[in-house]
Design a protein around this ligand. Structure first.
Ligand code: NAI
Length: 246
């Protein structure tokens, strides 16, 4: 068993997940980068390794629950430990409630909520064995204040906060923390197609400045997953430039 802390980051091929993976590797963790396709993951792993970090790539469709459980268990077995789990992968299938069909609802709930439950359940045992764990679920300010056109997404992200608090209560005594980090509007592929009018409106309600960057979220995740953050658990931390303040 290695002394290095081992982290899994899902949805690491781009955007927020990519920034989190790079940051955790820069902080000295071995990062298992997870996404559906190999190409961008291999690129990220090479980048991390060429700057002196340690990382590996695993492909997995997280909406395949059996595959998620096998992935988490496999990483713990391969490295003899699992210290950090960052459930970041997520999707949107936006629609107004009147038009939202069952498939749009199910796809978002399965990918953004159920797969996180499955991953956390699989991670609990190896973390208990290691007497250390840091679970971070990437939620959203939509899950805190709601968002028109995102009833499925807001329900899933809000569900993450209840899931995470319950895990925090169950596993706190085992030195395992569980928190949500809730991004506001961050410049990634997920937000790049928002209409200009929406972007202008969003900028108007953000206290600090423009939309955030993936690195703003990575900075928070780096702290929450650090050894020093053992007294922080069950929280949902909004990293949103002061957009919600609740
Ligand atoms: P993105 O769309 O740029 O990246 C999402 C990542 O998740 C990609 O790597 C994608 O391949 C992966 N992914 C999606 N479905 C998957 C599946 N079934 N199996 C495996 N991987 C899958 O999104 P972004 O913006 O980087 O978002 C990351 C997280 O942050 C998501 O959970 C999102 O809901 C959340 N978030 C993002 C916000 C933003 O403004 N960009 C705001 C609030 C929350």
């Amino acid at each position: 068993m290695t002394d290095q802390r081992v982290a899994i980051v899902t949805g690491a091929s781009r955007g927020i997940g990519r920034a989190i993976a790079a940051r955790l590797a820069a902080d000295g963790r071995h990062v298992v980068c997870v996404a559906r396709s190999e190409g961008p993951l291999n690129e990220l792993v090479s980048e991390i390794q060429s700057s002196g970090g340690s990382a590996s790539a695993k492909t997995c469709d997280i909406s395949d629950f059996g595959a998620v459980a096998a992935l988490v268990e496999g990483v713990a077995e391969e490295h003899g430990r699992l210290d950090i789990l960052v459930n970041n992968a997520g999707i949107t299938r936006d629609n107004l409630i009147l038009r939202m069909d069952d498939d749009e609802w199910d796809a978002v709930i399965d990918t953004n909520l159920k797969s996180v439950f499955v991953a956390c359940r699989a991670a609990a045992r190896p973390m208990m064995r290691g007497k250390f764990g840091r679970i971070v679920n990437i939620a959203s300010t939509s899950g805190i204040v709601g968002n028109a056109g995102q009833s499925n997404y807001a329900a899933a992200k809000s569900g993450l906060t209840g899931l995470t608090k319950s895990i925090a209560r169950e596993l706190g005594k085992k030195n395992i923390t569980a928190n949500c980090v809730a991004p506001g509007f961050i410049e990634t592929d997920m937000t790049k197609d928002l209409p200009a009018g929406v972007i202008e409106h969003i900028k108007g309600v953000i206290s600090t400045r423009d939309l955030g960057k993936p690195e703003d979220i990575a900075e928070c995740v780096a702290y929450v997953t650090s050894d020093g953050a053992g007294y922080l658990t069950g929280q949902t931390i909004a990293v949103d430039g002061g957009m919600t303040m609740c």
